[in-house]
Ligand binder design. Structure first.
Ligand SMILES: NC(=O)C1=CN([C@@H]2O[C@H](COP(=O)(O)OP(=O)(O)OC[C@H]3O[C@@H](n4cnc5c(N)ncnc54)[C@H](OP(=O)(O)O)[C@@H]3O)[C@@H](O)[C@H]2O)C=CC1
Ligand SMILES: O=C(O)C1=N[C@H](C(=O)O)C[C@H](O)C1
Length: 242
């Protein structure tokens, strides 16, 4: 049986993942939180699942590489340096990094890419998201993942064509940009809205998470799929065959 080690095990997602490991009939190798020994956990695991905080990424990925075990990274709020860290690690072990492990969002990203490509540059793209009051990063990892899908569909660079929050005298909308808006409140597990606004019509593609269970189930599915895979950077679409 495949042994899964959880980083961020006492957190909201860590607890949900532990439940999903049991449901999947896999073995829980253990879990750590702040101050825990990631290398010790990695050595006891066949695969690591990291849903913690961005500042722990370098140490967690380093432990995976040192122990030679694959790692699923679900932590969001990652910056360009973190993505470089992930790319470097993927030369040594199998790494799957994603802002959303759910089946629904993985499909949504494919639909968004297709819509952006087919509708063309005259359609403005806006991405809105709502999450629970405890969430610390914005825009959500999922919103950025969906923005990246839209940018790929359009053949543009997301970082150079984003509006991340408008306030005050912003001027008219920048042509071709992808806009992001973040709402926070209550216990919302994660809602995402991708709006294609054209002249006289709109196309809206949405996803609503009803609980964290969908992310946890997807994370465990990804971990079981990743265990034993050769080094490389993988995506949820690879796991789900989408
Ligand atoms: N990809 C996806 O599908 C999803 C991703 N997420 C992302 O997962 C992450 C966690 O979310 P959530 O569970 O809600 O957050 P929580 O704040 O509930 O949990 C985070 C956990 O990480 C632990 N932690 C903090 N620092 C470290 C460290 N240095 N090493 C190891 N563990 C550490 C915390 O422990 P302590 O209390 O000791 O500080 C805590 O238990 C977020 O980035 C979130 O956006 C969430 C849902 C789905
Ligand atoms: O912090 C959360 O809760 C979530 N984080 C992920 C994100 O940033 O997109 C995924 C999900 O939406 C829940």
């Amino acid at each position: 049986m495949i042994r899964i080690g959880i980083i961020g095990s006492a957190g909201r997602m860590g607890k949900a993942i532990a439940d999903a490991v049991a449901v999947a009939g896999a073995t829980l190798a253990g879990g750590i939180d702040a101050g825990g020994d990631a290398l010790e956990l990695a050595r006891a695991s066949d695969v690591l699942v990291d849903f913690s905080v961005p500042r722990a990424l370098v140490g967690n990925v380093g432990a995976a590489v040192a122990a030679g075990v694959p790692i699923v990274i679900g932590t969001t709020g990652l910056g360009p340096d973190d993505h470089q860290t992930v790319d470097d690690a993927a030369r040594h072990v199998a790494v799957l990094q994603t802002g959303n492990t759910s089946l629904g969002v993985t499909l949504l990203a494919a639909l968004v890419r297709q819509a952006a490509e087919r509708l063309g540059p005259d359609w403005d793209i806006e991405i809105a998201e709502m999450h629970h009051r405890h969430k610390v990063d914005a825009p959500s990892g999922t919103a950025l993942l969906l923005g990246q899908a839209a940018a790929e569909g359009r053949g543009i660079d997301l970082a150079a064509n984003s509006d991340r929050g408008r306030d005050g005298m912003t001027g008219a909308r920048a042509e071709g940009h992808i806009g992001f808006a973040a709402l926070r409140g209550g216990s919302v597990a994660g809602d995402h809205f991708v709006i294609f606004a054209g002249e006289g019509e709109r196309v809206e593609l949405n996803h609503r998470a009803e609980s964290r269970e969908i992310f946890a189930r997807g994370a465990v599915r990804a971990a079981l799929w990743l265990a034993g895979k050769p080094a490389g950077r993988y995506r949820m679409a690879d796991v789900l065959g989408l």
